[in-house]
Write a protein that binds this ligand. Structure first.
Ligand SMILES: NC(=O)c1ccc[n+]([C@@H]2O[C@H](COP(=O)([O-])OP(=O)(O)OC[C@H]3O[C@@H](n4cnc5c(N)ncnc54)[C@H](OP(=O)(O)O)[C@@H]3O)[C@@H](O)[C@H]2O)c1
Length: 343
């Protein structure tokens, strides 16, 4: 694995987006262009840049276009500097969606989680009305729709977690709206015979955000870690995005759900202690681990595309170095400890 860890934002973006060989091979066999809806968020840059680089390495000719409102304008500039085309669009506006091109391959990453407690109506618009507008516009595209492991009920922490056959639950306002997102895409996919993958992701991590950054920064500051959510599933963002690109191959009608995360159920206490050891400090804790958590069994995705190559030790080492160096963070906590669904 790479010996050095970059610290500057632009280098990190390029480093996270390096496509593995199997993605380059997959892109070689794709046809048509790519659209990334919601490119301006935490995962969109990695996805758009990985597609761009995989196309270059594959020798294929195709364009990648990123769509967002671009509330962080620096993201737009960074994408364009790397050859990604961009279109500013509010996907909640039918008039603006009507202007979007309809290429062969579409990734849907737009959504809302935070702010649900203060304005639940906005979360429902973003997670159900926007999907209905998007699904009706891209009827002839192949779609990977980003979803979440929060669509499942809590699983016992000593189990393998929920798999794709587990009936969905509506646990709290945010998770309920995510079930709504899947239902809306499924309805229109069946109506229009659109191939769709429902990409049920549990906690992507990179150097600047994620559960590992949340725990590392708290340990370093001497703040206690809440252990009520005692276990999580994690996947490095590069590996999650590689699986998202591969999911174009399994999109079908009716939509195909796929759990995407790492192979292990990870104890939050163990993560905190590993960071404390690296920082030469002691981790402080509060709360008692519940006997259930949002945990997913991603064995099917590992069978299809291989297990994510970056393991927990590597991820902890990467994040510990980054946080200890005082390198840039996104400042967007995951609130992984929240169990009542009020984000
Ligand atoms: N990151 C994770 O660990 C994780 C875990 C589970 C599930 N997911 C799912 O994966 C998806 C992508 O994750 P993420 O972390 O990159 O999410 P994110 O940071 O919230 O990014 C989504 C982006 O979509 C854009 N967007 C939202 N509403 C829009 C609208 N009406 N029109 C146009 N653009 C809009 C926003 O950028 P602008 O403000 O620029 O428009 C936003 O930053 C999310 O939908 C989430 O449900 C992520």
């Amino acid at each position: 694995m790479e010996p050095a860890f970059p610290e500057e934002n632009e280098q990190i973006d390029r480093w996270l987006a390096r496509p593995p060989e199997h993605v380059v091979e997959a892109v070689k066999n794709h046809s048509g262009d790519y659209l990334v809806l919601g490119v301006g968020g935490k995962m969109g840059t990695t996805l758009a840049l990985m597609l761009e680089e995989a196309i270059r390495l594959s020798g294929r000719s195709a364009t990648v276009t990123g769509v967002s409102r671009f509330s962080r304008p620096e993201v737009r500039a960074a994408l364009e500097a790397e050859g990604v085309k961009t279109l500013a669009c509010d996907l909640a506006s039918p008039a603006e969606i009507a202007e979007l091109p309809t290429p062969t391959n579409v990734f849907f990453l737009a959504g809302q989680k935070f702010g649900t407690t203060e304005a639940p109506e906005a979360t429902w618009i973003q997670n159900t009305i926007v999907p209905s507008l998007v699904a009706r516009h891209f009827t002839s595209s192949r779609m990977v729709v980003f979803s979440t492991g929060c669509v499942y009920p809590f699983a016992a922490v000593d189990s393998a977690g929920c798999d794709e056959s587990t009936p969905l639950a509506c646990q709290g306002e945010y998770a309920s709206s995510c079930v709504g997102r899947e239902r809306v895409f499924t309805h229109f996919a069946k109506l229009n015979d659109t191939p769709v993958n429902l990409f049920r992701l549990n906690y992507a991590c990179e150097l600047r955000y994620g559960v590992l950054v949340d725990v590392a920064t708290r340990v370093r500051a001497g703040d206690p870690i809440d252990l009520t959510t005692g276990y999580v599933n994690l996947i490095w963002q590069t590996d999650a995005v590689a699986h998202a690109i591969r999911c174009l191959e399994i999109a079908d009608c009716p939509p195909v759900p796929l759990n995407v995360t790492g192979p292990h159920r990870i104890a939050v206490r163990d993560i905190a202690e590993a960071f404390a050891q690296r920082f030469g400090t002691e981790a402080k804790f509060t709360g008692t681990p519940a006997d259930t958590a949002w945990l997913s069994d991603a064995a099917k995705s590992h069978d299809l595309f291989g297990a994510p190559p970056r393991d927990l030790d590597w991820m902890i080492e990467a994040v510990a170095r980054h946080v200890a160096a005082g390198a840039p963070l996104l400042g967007k906590p995951t609130h992984f400890e929240t169990r009542d669904g009020n984000f």
